[in-house]
Design a protein around this ligand. Structure first.
Ligand SMILES: Nc1nc2c(ncn2[C@@H]2O[C@H](COP(=O)(O)OP(=O)(O)OP(=O)(O)O)[C@@H](O)[C@H]2O)c(=O)[nH]1
Ligand SMILES: C[S@@+](CC[C@H](N)C(=O)[O-])C[C@H]1O[C@@H](n2cnc3c(N)ncnc32)[C@H](O)[C@@H]1O
Ligand code: SF4
Ligand code: SF4
Length: 375
């Protein structure tokens, strides 16, 4: 198993299969890969089916246990089923999707071996949904969630980005998953680091506080030390709803427990979502080149908050001078519609939250419960 200098073993691979997308969400960080493109034909640069499978195989040989397919919209790849089918046995496969193509393809993907899905759903109102995603596909997404549940892609996690525009929907979304019928909710703190618009961020601690009041039990997930709130049930009885808060902004615990490397659609490894100065080429995409790039990426990856960024005397996050000369194998991905003057990891890395570390709500001791797997 590969391990970085901070004792973080590599267990997960996140594969961005494409930078194309049929939505245009107002907040999209596109997993750190610049603006998404429309749902047009694939570009020449996208990794081929064989290349994606080869990267996963090499990662699996080095102890990677789980692969997440993401993007852009991963379901725009027509070879997704084949990629899943060819993923080595023993590697957990999951996907994060906007859900629009699930009605037609959930069963096919489940048959291919996909284990579970996360579906982005930020609002329970078609008009607000349309404003946020710049699409009119609300009903299709709801059908997609149903199709995923019917196909046994469980648990189906609903991903909701919590920011100024959506915070009011949190109670409704929690209620929506509270009956525990196969649905879970991930409340994702809005990340302004790459997407810009720090003024959209809300205080995630208030969400933690509110959830702590609703919860029958609070636990922590090993991955990222994420806090989980069990609503109307417990991890042991399996009933009720599970709400997880994904709160990476300014959170050093999150980064200390980060065990994943990213693969970009155009053939680079990326050690951290927020960094664009560590992109490492997969070279000729042979096994040897992939293995060398993987080793180098892990050797050089560092926690973003607490190491790449450090707090200055005013509690602001600033780039650690040790990384000032960092340069990847390709130019940083760009966000064209970035608000002028907004802050970027590859330029001016401070976030609006400054030194305000996201202190977690009380947990029951910080260990994952043995009764549920870490997913
Ligand atoms: N900064 C940061 N944000 C992350 C990281 N992992 C997930 N996120 C945020 O959470 C969003 C949703 O992640 P998902 O693709 O649903 O996957 P996940 O929640 O990490 O994984 P599972 O719960 O195991 O399915 C990402 O797009 C990011 O905004 C991470 O390692 N670092
Ligand atoms: C980039 S999308 C790619 C997969 C797929 N297109 C989807 O939307 O699920 C992955 C996840 O990132 C989340 N996301 C995008 N931009 C974000 C931001 N600025 N802050 C927090 N989460 C964000 C989305 O809500 C989605 O759940
Ligand atoms: S659906 Fe996903 S990739 Fe597409 S714009 Fe929205 S968040 Fe970004
Ligand atoms: S180091 Fe931190 S910011 Fe970077 S990917 Fe890991 S958890 Fe996210």
């Amino acid at each position: 198993m590969l391990e970085d200098d901070f004792g973080r073993e590599l267990t997960g691979l996140r594969v961005s299969l494409t930078d194309r997308c049929n939505f245009d969400c107002v907040y999209c960080h596109n997993e750190g890969l610049g603006d998404t493109r429309g749902p047009m034909a694939p570009s020449e640069e996208e990794l081929s089916t064989d290349e994606v499978v080869r990267v996963i195989e090499v990662a699996a040989d080095h102890g990677v246990e789980a692969v997440k397919f993401t993007g852009g919209e991963p379901m725009l790849r027509t070879d997704l089923g084949e990629i899943v089918r060819r993923t080595p046995a023993g590697v957990e496969t999951s996907m994060t999707t906007n859900g629009t193509f699930l009605p037609d393809r959930a069963a096919e993907l489940a048959d291919a071996g996909l284990e579970r899905v996360n579906v982005s759903q930020d609002a329970l109102d078609p008009e607000d949904f349309a404003t946020l995603t710049q699409s009119g596909a609300y009903d299709q997404v709801l059908s997609g969630v149903e199709a995923a549940l019917d196909a046994g892609l469980a648990p189906v996690k609903l991903n909701m980005v919590v920011f100024e525009h959506t915070a009011g929907y949190v109670p409704e979304m929690v209620e929506h998953v509270a009956d525990g019928d196969g649905l879970r909710l991930q409340l994702i703190e809005y990340m302004p680091e790459l997407a810009g618009r720090p003024e959209w961020a809300i205080d995630i601690d208030r969400v933690h506080d509110w959830l702590a009041e609703q919860a029958t039990e609070v636990t922590a997930r090993e991955m990222h030390d994420r806090t989980r709130y069990w609503i109307d049930g417990t991890p042991d009885d399996g009933d009720g709803g599970l709400v997880e808060v994904v709160d990476p902004v300014g959170n050093t615990d999150f980064c200390e427990n980060c065990h994943r490397v990213r693969v970009t659609h155009d053939g680079y490894l990326k050690g951290c979502l927020n960094r664009n100065d560590d992109l490492r080429s997969l070279g000729d995409r042979s096994r040897e080149a992939i293995e060398a790039a993987l080793r180098d990426t892990v050797a050089e990856r560092v926690p973003y908050y607490g190491e790449y960024l450090i707090e200055d005397d005013n509690g602001e996050w600033v780039r650690n001078p040790a990384y000032e000369g960092s340069k990847g194998d390709r130019a940083p991905y760009e966000y064209e519609n970035d608000a002028p003057g907004s802050e970027r990891a590859d330029d001016q890395p401070a976030t609006e939250k400054g030194g305000e570390d996201a202190s977690h709500a009380a947990t029951d001791g910080g260990e994952s419960t043995g009764s549920v797997p870490d997913n």
